[in-house]
Design a protein around this ligand. Structure first.
Ligand SMILES: Cc1cc2nc3c(=O)[nH]c(=O)nc-3n(C[C@H](O)[C@H](O)[C@H](O)COP(=O)(O)OP(=O)(O)OC[C@H]3O[C@@H](n4cnc5c(N)ncnc54)[C@H](O)[C@@H]3O)c2cc1C
Length: 392
């Protein structure tokens, strides 16, 4: 029989979306568990790691995370012509994705979230009549099967989520397929400007890139739309490496030190990203920029908004005893830029803590995070200072 634990919010997937959501939930006083299927956060890396300077500032990321600062770009047209753009200031950074993911997961943990690595969510069902929450998620942790009962699941599983379809959320999407080599020994023209390559023969339906990471190292990649590509991504990536008139000469002496493939959910219809007891965020919800495939910043934004929505939702479950849904009116809205260039969070109607506070009462000394199994857990000893007012 599966061992069990109980939490307010279960976040599935410790990428940028999940870790940011878990940090926000935990900081708002929710008993939060964050699951990551891999034994190590951030590995394997499946991303180029280009992140805007705005995103860096917005989330207060440490400068040490940046491997290279980018100020411009060279855009290579199919006819061989090149358009160069350059800014006076830094436009974006290349980050070490593994380090970024680790940093965000550590923030979640230090905010009070319980981070379970090497733990894969398998199934989710509704638990009608359960006292402690509305969903039961079965997870595999090594050879142990664990059942987690929770009021809310925030699904941040990445491009191919398994849980949302089990609750009837079926995002219908198409993907572009990415493939990347990390190389060293390249002849780099401008260390602060990536090269972007376009053309039906270069990267059908999307584009190719070389992102300099410093010295002679960089990331050479392509993403192609399989609806338009006659060949597999490796054909186009090898074309960039060995035959493209602008790219190949610079890579003649370069050595491939790592390769990876990944899917980017840039195409498809917009579908609901929530149902009673579940919010879907990040790549799992297709929240990436359609033009570039960039999703780190949107994932983090979605994580923050989801965390705030979770506080309101779990507050409603605790106080009223009946799930009111994750408040689609507030969840569906996004931060918007207001005149003057600042961001205004249109979803934060009212203080996000208020719902959780309203229905909290001083802790009676009863352990507020119920680890039914006695699995050693940091947050089980932590006292968030609140106790749910609904009977548990
Ligand atoms: C080739 C390529 C290049 C890219 N380059 C960029 C770029 O330069 N800039 C940019 O902004 N974006 C880029 N992206 C997109 C970016 O990687 C994603 O948008 C971003 O990682 C989304 O974050 P996420 O948290 O939603 O998902 P992910 O980062 O995919 O994280 C999901 C996590 O959930 C875990 N997980 C999945 N299922 C389960 C489960 N059932 N149980 C437990 N854990 C689970 C996974 O192991 C993973 O750690 C690129 C993508 C690709 C494929």
């Amino acid at each position: 029989m599966a061992r069990g634990m109980i939490c307010d919010v279960l976040v599935v997937g410790a990428g940028p979306a999940g870790s940011t959501a878990a940090r926000t939930c935990a900081a708002l006083g929710l008993r939060t568990v964050l699951l990551e299927e891999h034994p190590e956060i951030g590995h394997p890396v499946h991303c180029t790691g280009k992140l805007s300077a705005h995103a860096f500032r917005r989330f207060g990321l440490p400068a040490s995370m940046a491997q290279n600062a980018l100020r411009g770009a060279a855009l290579h047209a199919p006819d061989g012509s090149v358009a160069r753009v350059r800014r006076a200031c830094v436009d974006s950074y290349l980050v070490d994705r593994a380090a970024l993911d680790r940093y965000l997961a550590e923030q979640a943990s230090s905010s009070g979230a319980e981070v379970l690595m090497g733990t894969r969510a398998r199934t989710v069902v509704r638990t009608d009549g359960a006292t402690a929450g509305g969903l039961r998620v079965e997870v595999d942790r090594g050879s142990t099967r664990l059942a987690i009962t929770t009021a809310l699941v925030i699904d941040a599983e990445g491009a191919v989520p398994v849980l949302p379809p089990q609750l009837g959320l079926t995002p219908r999407r198409a993907f572009v397929h990415g493939l990347q080599y990390d190389v060293e020994g390249a002849a780099i023209e401008q260390e602060d400007a990536p090269d972007l390559y376009f053309g039906w023969n270069v990267a059908p339906g999307f584009f190719g890139w070389f992102m300099p990471t410093g010295g002679t190292t960089g990331r050479l990649g392509v993403a192609v739309d399989p609806r338009w590509a006659a060949q597999s991504p490796i054909h186009y990536l090898e074309g960039l490496r060995t035959a493209h008139p602008a790219s190949a000469p610079r890579l003649r002496n370069a050595r491939i030190v790592r390769r990876f493939a990944g899917r980017i959910p840039v195409l498809g219809q917009r579908r609901p990203t929530y149902t009673d007891g579940m919010l879907v965020i990040g790549d799992a919800a297709g929240q990436v920029k359609a033009t570039s495939g960039g999703g780190i910043y949107f994932a983090m934004q979605a994580g923050e908004l989801a965390g705030r929505a979770a506080a309101r939702y779990v507050g409603a479950v605790r106080c009223v005893g009946s799930p009111a849904g994750p408040q689609p009116d507030t969840w569906a809205r996004r931060p918007t830029r207001v005149p003057g260039g600042r961001w205004r969070d249109t979803s934060a109607s009212g203080a996000p803590r208020s719902a959780a506070r309203r229905c909290s009462q001083p802790s009676s000394g009863r352990r507020s995070t119920a680890f039914v199994t006695g699995m050693s857990a940091r947050s089980s000893a932590r006292s968030p200072g609140t106790t749910a007012c609904a009977a548990r």
